[in-house]
Design a protein around this ligand. Structure first.
Ligand code: HEM
Length: 403
């Protein structure tokens, strides 16, 4: 099968459900394959992907690039919110924004959230024990994988618990315009952007009057230095953190649990040796990355592994395939938490490396051992249902019984 046909197969429902045989077919052709159409090349080899992500000539989608494809993008408040965030900005402006925001995103803040995570996990497990007591089927996504990260990010930002059910679909509506076929989603996304903007303006005002130990407070106080975040940048940062940190973590929890439920021996080991949680979580991330791909566009005429990439062209970077490159990881399709040097690309690499990596792994390292020891009889109760996407790959439904 040609690379173009393999990519076509990846876009089918079956390909999104199980992209791995297609990744293996790409690896058999080399680390980078030239394409025609929307992408100049697909980059799936580990070293090649790592190089592209670290090379400043390869840029994330930004306002300059978007203007070429969609000159009227400024008419959409949702796109303005997204494009003002560090994920869609390159160069010095990215460095500035990332510094202002991530200096508040410290190990201390993550550590101080640990007690909250333990409390939230135990609260959700109590509820699962109650509703699953007589062998009733439970949807792990609805009862655990969605509420846990939503509450943890809500806590980190300082969005009051009672506002989170409202907040979450609004943020998701904005992000949805970036999905394939997202054009029809602009009316809902633009309305959500306007409403969130008003919501955060109020929250920022409240926190300036009555400061707390949360991200809304510290980021709004960033106005006090000589290099302040503008109101638009602040709003975009808050929306980005919620959007980038919520559903990705949800799918780490769902994907990781399915790995365990299909490997009872590995589940037993984790139950007996909870100290293995960190290496299990890294291996869940490598094997079943919640975000399987990203893109970069080249500012100059260049090449990747001998494949030419003209200035202005975009390349598709398959993070999930790089994680299964047999030249980098022995037996890449096997779950082996004891692997040495498990430096997967699930959190990307280079200047856009995920600043939430510490928080999300801390959350999963707390959640999995508690879940496994609380429910030794945890088992799949039927076939899971999957999201029809590779950008964010995970379950819509993961039915379990707690024994
Ligand atoms: C399993 C969970 C997560 C995964 C798989 C993940 C994945 C990623 C990836 C792949 C990128 C870079 C995209 C690129 O290079 O094109 C990224 C960036 C980012 N992530 Fe995460 N993320 C996760 C959790 C989080 C959390 C919990 C937060 C916040 C609390 C967060 C905040 C961000 C932000 C702000 C960026 C933009 C960084 C920049 O552009 O400089 N992420 N994430």
């Amino acid at each position: 099968m040609s690379a173009a046909a393999t990519l076509q197969a990846l876009r089918t429902e079956e390909g999104r459900r199980n992209p791995y045989p297609h990744y293996a077919a790409l690896h058999a052709e080399g680390p980078v394959i030239p394409l025609t159409g929307s992408y100049a090349a697909v980059v799936h080899g580990y070293d090649a992907a790592s190089r592209v992500l670290r090379d400043p000539d390869f840029r994330v989608l930004d306002a300059e690039k978007l203007s070429r494809a969609m000159p009227a993008w400024h008419e959409h408040p949702s796109l303005i919110v997204l494009m003002n965030s560090m994920m869609f900005i390159n160069g010095e402006q990215h460095t500035r924004l990332r510094r202002l925001i991530t200096r508040e995103f410290t190990a201390r803040r993550v550590t101080s959230l640990a007690d909250t995570v333990v409390r939230q996990v135990d609260h959700l497990l109590d509820r699962i024990a109650e509703i699953g007591a007589d062998g009733a089927e439970i949807d792990f996504m609805r009862e655990f994988a969605y509420p846990l990260p939503s509450n943890v990010i809500g806590e980190l930002l300082g969005v009051p618990a009672e506002d989170r059910p409202w907040f979450q679909p609004h943020v998701a509506a904005i992000g949805a315009v970036l999905d394939a076929g997202g054009e029809g989603k602009f009316p809902a996304a633009d309305k959500a952007a306007a409403e969130l903007s008003a919501y955060f303006a109020d929250l920022v005002r409240l926190r300036r009057q009555d400061p707390r130990d949360d991200l809304v407070t510290v980021l709004s106080a960033a106005g006090a230095d000589d290099d302040p975040l503008t109101h638009e940048e602040l709003l975009s940062a808050l929306v980005l953190v919620f959007n980038a940190g919520f559903e990705t973590t949800t799918h780490l929890l769902g994907n990781g649990l399915e790995v365990l439920l299909r490997r009872p021996e590995a589940a037993r080991r984790l139950r007996e040796q909870p100290e293995l949680a960190a290496s299990y979580v890294e291996e869940f991330l490598r094997l079943e990355a919640p975000a399987q791909l990203t893109t970069r566009w080249s500012a100059v005429d260049t090449e990747v592994d001998g494949v030419p990439v003209p200035a202005g062209a975009t390349v598709l970077v398959l993070l999930g395939a790089a994680n299964r490159d047999p030249a980098r990881f022995a037996d890449p399709d096997e779950f082996r938490p004891e692997r040495p040097d498990n430096a997967h690309l699930t959190f990307s690499a280079g200047v856009h490396f995920c600043p939430g990596a510490l928080l999300t792994t801390a959350e999963a390292e707390i959640a999995f051992p508690r879940l496994m020891s609380r429910f030794p009889g945890l088992a799949l109760a039927g076939e899971p249902a999957y999201r029809p996407q590779l950008t964010l790959r995970g379950h819509t439904h993961l039915p379990v019984t707690v024994g």
